[in-house]
Design a protein around this ligand. Structure first.
Ligand code: BGC
Length: 721
C-alpha cells in the first residue's frame, strides 16, 4: 500500500473514532462510567411516578421498568431448582407456553447432601444459563430456612438443619448464579420454618437463636456470596411481618450486614404501606393480580405515590429504594457483561445428574447388599409408586417444567438393558391416575417379589399437599399410603431388599432393621432415575451425607418434645432456642436412626491422628487442624471430612459440638490425603444477648474430626488465651 493510501486510512480511522466518542451517551447508559454515577443520573431523569413504578409488580412475575428511558422490566423466575412454567401476566394460571421446558436440577436438600461447594457453583452456573435464555434476571432461590421440624412441607427446598453447611452451600450456589449476571434471591428472611399458618404466624425467637441458627446462612449469602436480592418471609418475627420488619431489614440486613441489594417481598407478603416504606421493603410482588388497576393498588403503588405527593413521605427514602433496584439491574439485565444463555444442553443435564448422584446418601449397607451386580442378577422386582412417578413438576412454587425426567424405573431399565429381567409392581397407591386399590396392589407386589434376586423398593414421599409441598406441612412422620406395613411385609417375602427413598426430609423407619440396604435419594431432577441407577449398580460410589438428622420419632425433635410446633394458630415460640437438629439430640443423648452428617460409601476410609499447629491460640483464634484420611477399600471414593468444635466451658450453655468445617476429598484405593482446615475466632464464638454481639471466651476447646456427627474419628485439644 502506498504512503498516501495509508495516510488516508489513518485519517478516516481517526475521524470515525472521534465521531463515535463525540456522540456521547447519557451517563446512565454509558458502561464506562461507575455504576453509582449511572444510578444517580438515571434517578435524576425519572419522575416521581416512574420511581414508584419501579418498586412494584406489573404482572405475576415481572415488575415495571422505565419505558421512556429504555430501562427494562425485571423478570424473576421461581424457583430454586429450575424454571417454573410461564404464567399469564394477570393470574397464577399456566400460560401453556411451548417454549419453557427446561432442565430440572435436584432439590436443594439434595445439593446440600453433596456437601460439595463445587456442586453448588456448577448448579448455580447451569441454572442461570437457562434463566438467561428465558430472559429472567432474578432466580428466586436459594432457600435456606433451617429445618426445625421434619414436618415442614418445604424442607426439600432448603439446605438442612445446620447453619454452617447451609451457609457454605448457599454461597456457592449464589456465586454460580451471579457469575452469569443473574441475581440470586436468598429466601425466606427469616424464620419461615413451617408452612402451617405461614402467612400470619408470629415466630417468637430470641436474639441469640436468631444469630446462631436462623441468620447465619442469610448473613453468609450477603457477606460472602454478595447476593443481589433477598426475599422477606411471609410470617411475622417477634410481632412484625418479615417483609417490613424494622429489626430484620433495617437493623440487621441493611445496617449490620451492609446489604446493598434489593429486599423483595414474598408474593403477597406485604401488608402495610407505611411499614413497607419505613422498614426496608424495596420491591413488592404478588400482592394482587387481575387487572392493571390491581397492580397500581399495591402497598408501594398509588398509596405510596399519594404520600409522596402530599409531602407525607420523604423522597430520599424513595430514592434509596430506587437506587437499590437500579443497582441490581446494572448487575443483571442492564449489565454490558451479561452473557448469552442456553437451555437444555447436554452440559446442563450432565450437571443435574452429577449433583443428583453426589447427593444420594447410602444410609445402610448390611452384608454389602449394594452395589448390585450387573452380571450376577437374573431378576429384579421393583416395587413402589415413586419408581414411576415424576416429581419435578410439583411441590408449589418450586415446580419445574422439565423437558424430561427419568423415573427410577426407567433409570434401572436404562442401566440393565436386556441383561436382567425387571418386573414392576406399584405396591401402594397415592391415588395417582391409573392405579388400583391398595390391598390388591400390596397382594400382587408380595406375590411378585418371591424368588427375585433382589427387590428394589422405591417409595417415600411425593410433592402432593401435606407431603413435600409448599403451603402445608406433613401430617405425620410416618410414610403415607401404608408404606410402613408394605415394606415390613416385603422384607419377609424377600429379605434381599433395597429401599430407595425419595423425600425431602426424614421419616419414621419402623422397618429399619428388616431392610439391609437403604439409599436416600431426595428429589433428583431431570436425571433422577439415571443417578439412582448408577449408585445402585455402583457406577457411581455414593458420597452424600445427611444435611438433617433422621430421628426415630417426632418426640426426638426439640420443637415437638417441647410442644413448640406448630404453635397456637397465632404464635409459635421457638422454645428449644439454639438446640435444633443434632444440637438437640446430642444435648439430650438421644440416638437417632441416622445422625446429621451420616453417609456410607462402597469403599472405606481410615482417619489418622489430628494435629493442630499450636496448642495455645491467641485472640485471633487462628488454628490449623490437619488429619490424614486414607481410602482403605478397593475402589475410588469420596469422603466428606467433617470438623466440629466443642467449647469445653462457657458462661452460656453451648451445643456439645458444632460443625465449623468440611471438605470432600476424592481418593483412589490406598491413597492418603492430608486434609487441613483453618479456623478462626468466628468458629469458636457464640452470640451473647447481654452484649448484643459475638463473644469468644478464653479456655479449653476441642476439635473433633470425623465421618459424621456421631462418628468422630479423632480429636485434639487446644487452649484459647
Ligand atoms: C413462595 C416463594 C416464591 C413465590 C413466588 C411464594 O408463595 O413462598 O418462595 O418464590 O411464591 O412464586
Amino acid at each position: 500500500m502506498s504512503y498516501i493510501k495509508k495516510t488516508g486510512w489513518l485519517v478516516l480511522g481517526l475521524i470515525g473514532y472521534f465521531t463515535a466518542f463525540s456522540q456521547t451517551k447519557p451517563i446512565y447508559q454509558d458502561a464506562t462510567k461507575p455504576v453509582e454515577e449511572r444510578i444517580g443520573d438515571a434517578l435524576s431523569r425519572m419522575t416521581l411516578e416512574e420511581k414508584v413504578r419501579l418498586l412494584h409488580a406489573n404482572g405475576g412475575y415481572r415488575s415495571w421498568g422505565v419505558p421512556r428511558l429504555g430501562i427494562p422490566e425485571n423478570n424473576p423466575t421461581d424457583g430454586p431448582t429450575g424454571m417454573r412454567p410461564e404464567f399469564r401476566w394477570e393470574s397464577w394460571s399456566d400460560a401453556k407456553a411451548n417454549n419453557d421446558y427446561c432442565t430440572a436440577f435436584p432439590s436443594l436438600i439434595s445439593l446440600a447432601a453433596t456437601w460439595n461447594p463445587d456442586m453448588g457453583i456448577l448448579y448455580g452456573k447451569s441454572y442461570s444459563e437457562e434463566a438467561l435464555y428465558r430472559n429472567k434476571n432474578i432466580i428466586l432461590g436459594p432457600g435456606v430456612n433451617i429445618c426445625r421440624t421434619p414436618l415442614n412441607g418445604r424442607s426439600f427446598e432448603y439446605m438442612g438443619e445446620d447453619p454452617y453447611l447451609a451457609s457454605q452451600i448457599a454461597v456457592s450456589y449464589i456465586q454460580g448464579v451471579q457469575s452469569n449476571h443473574v441475581a440470586a434471591c436468598v429466601k425466606h428472611f427469616a424464620t419461615n420454618n413451617q408452612e402451617t399458618g405461614r402467612m400470619y404466624i408470629n415466630s417468637l425467637v430470641d436474639e441469640r437463636t436468631l444469630h446462631e441458627i436462623y441468620f447465619p446462612a442469610f448473613k453468609a449469602a450477603v457477606q460472602q456470596g454478595h447476593v443481589w436480592t433477598v426475599m422477606g418471609a411471609y410470617n411475622q418475627l417477634n410481632g412484625q411481618h418479615c417483609c417490613h420488619n424494622d429489626y430484620l431489614l433495617n437493623d440487621i440486613l441493611k445496617k449490620e450486614w451492609g446489604f446493598d441489594g434489593v429486599l423483595l417481598s414474598d408474593f403477597g407478603g406485604t401488608h402495610n404501606t407505611q411499614e413497607a416504606i419505613d422498614n426496608g421493603l424495596d420491591l413488592e410482588y404478588g400482592t394482587a393480580l387481575g387487572s392493571e388497576e390491581a397492580f397500581e393498588n399495591y402497598y408501594l403503588g398509588n398509596a405510596y405515590l399519594q404520600l409522596l405527593k402530599s409531602g407525607k413521605a420523604d423522597e430520599k427514602v424513595l430514592d434509596e429504594k430506587v437506587r437499590r433496584v437500579l443497582r441490581m439491574m446494572y448487575r443483571t439485565n442492564m449489565s454490558a457483561d451479561r452473557p448469552w444463555g442456553v437451555m437444555n444442553t447436554r452440559e446442563h443435564t450432565d450437571a443435574a445428574r452429577r449433583i443428583a448422584e453426589e447427593g444420594i446418601v447410602l444410609l445402610k449397607n448390611e452384608a454389602s447388599i449394594l452395589p448390585l451386580s450387573l452380571s450376577g442378577l437374573k431378576k429384579i422386582v421393583v416395587v413402589g409408586e415413586n419408581a414411576i412417578r415424576t416429581v419435578a413438576n410439583g411441590g408449589g412454587s418450586s415446580e419445574v417444567k422439565a423437558l424430561y425426567e427419568v423415573t427410577p424405573l426407567e433409570g434401572i431399565k436404562n442401566m440393565v438393558g436386556d441383561k436382567i429381567e425387571v418386573v414392576y409392581q406399584p405396591g401402594y397407591s397415592s391415588g395417582l391416575k391409573g392405579t388400583s386399590a391398595a390391598d390388591s396392589l400390596k397382594r400382587e407386589a408380595l406375590k411378585a417379589v418371591v424368588g427375585a434376586d433382589v427387590v428394589v423398593y422405591v417409595g417415600g414421599l411425593n410433592k402432593e399437599p401435606n407431603q413435600d409441598s409448599e403451603g402445608s406441612d406433613r401430617l405425620s412422620y410416618n410414610l403415607p399410603y401404608g408404606q410402613d406395613e408394605l415394606i415390613a411385609e416385603l422384607s419377609k417375602a424377600n429379605p434381599h431388599l433395597v429401599a430407595v427413598m425419595i423425600s425431602g426430609n426424614a421419616y419414621a423407619m419402623p422397618w429399619l432393621k428388616q431392610v439391609p440396604g437403604i439409599l436416600q435419594a431426595w428429589y433428583g431432577g431431570t436425571e433422577s432415575g439415571n443417578a439412582i441407577a448408577s449408585v445402585l449398580f455402583g457406577k457411581a460410589n455414593p458420597s452424600g451425607k445427611l444435611p438433617v438428622t433422621f430421628p426415630v420419632r417426632l418426640d426426638d425433635v426439640a420443637a415437638h418434645a417441647l410442644g413448640a410446633y406448630p404453635g397456637d394458630g397465632k404464635t409459635v415460640e421457638y422454645k428449644e432456642g439454639i438446640f435444633v437438629g443434632y444440637r438437640w439430640v446430642e444435648k439430650e443423648k438421644i440416638k437417632p436412626n441416622y445422625a446429621f452428617g451420616h453417609g456410607l460409601s462402597y469403599t472405606t476410609f481410615k482417619y489418622g491422628n489430628v494435629t493442630v499447629d499450636r496448642k495455645v491460640v491467641d485472640a485471633t483464634g487462628r488454628l490449623t487442624v490437619t488429619v490424614p484420611v486414607t481410602n482403605t477399600g478397593s475402589r475410588e471414593g469420596s469422603e466428606v471430612v467433617q470438623l466440629y468444635v466443642s467449647d469445653l466451658k462457657s458462661s452460656l450453655p453451648r451445643p456439645v459440638k458444632e460443625l465449623k468445617g468440611f471438605r470432600k476429598v476424592k481418593l483412589a484405593p490406598g491413597e492418603t490425603a492430608n486434609v487441613s482446615f483453618t479456623i478462626d475466632k468466628e468458629a469458636l464464638s457464640f452470640y451473647d444477648p447481654a452484649q448484643h454481639g459475638w463473644v469468644v471466651e478464653p479456655g479449653k476447646f476441642q476439635v473433633l474430626v470425623g465421618s459424621a456427627s456421631d462418628d468422630v474419628r479423632a480429636k485434639a485439644m487446644f487452649e484459647l488465651q
